[in-house]
Design a protein around this ligand. Structure first.
Ligand code: 5GP
Length: 180
């Protein structure tokens, strides 16, 4: 069993998504050709659904499925689905969270678009194993915590939570238990 501790409330997430939307509108507001939002499934689904409704420029949606945390909190073998041909397109990759950077690195290496920028809701910079570019960044995690909610899962659970929460294994004593 595990318990949840809210890290970012739905209100904080909404503010962050609104800010990212403003940044994208500032930089892409003048485009004439539709921009492709490449959504990294499944984690970025909820983020993408909220973000796209903040955008005031023409866009299309494309999806790619990546899985590295298939059963739990430890990285498993990375699998990335086949990508649509985005040659010559202007692409914004929408990620839920950049952790080691390996997923993003793989996705970027398979893209031959005219221009590619990366927008992530969450970033864990201290966990990075490869350098990847991030142009639009929402919230930065300082602690090494495994989070769920707002599309992020643990073994496919908790995606429906409106907040982002830290999954606390119940084997770890909480503050009260420690001082008891
Ligand atoms: P990376 O390849 O950067 O190590 O991992 C990227 C993917 O790992 C993310 O898209 C996300 O699916 C998963 N991931 C990384 N950290 C977390 C986390 O704290 N919680 C959850 N639920 N998934 C995570």
């Amino acid at each position: 069993m595990a318990s949840l501790r809210i890290l970012y409330s739905a209100a904080v997430i909404a503010q962050t998504v609104a800010r990212l939307g403003q940044e994208l509108n500032r930089d892409y507001g003048a485009v004439t050709e539709p921009v492709v939002l490449l959504v990294v499934l499944k984690g970025a689904l909820v983020f993408a659904a909220d973000l796209i409704r903040q955008l005031h420029f023409p866009c299309e949606i494309a999806c790619i499925q990546a899985s590295s945390y298939r059963q739990g909190t430890s990285p498993d073998a990375l699998q990335v689905s086949e990508m649509a041909d985005l040659t010559g397109r202007t692409v914004i990759v929408l990620e839920d969270i950049v952790d080691t950077g390996l997923t993003l690195q793989r996705i970027l290496s398979g893209l031959s678009a005219r221009s590619v920028q990366v927008c992530t809701l969450l970033d864990k910079p201290h966990r990075r194993r490869v350098a990847v570019p991030i142009h639009y960044r929402g919230l930065v995690l300082i602690e090494d915590e495994f989070i769920v909610g707002y599309g992020l899962d643990y073994a496919e659970r908790y995606r429906e939570l409106p907040d982002i929460a830290v999954l606390v294994p119940s084997s770890l004593p909480n503050e009260e238990e420690r001082s008891a």
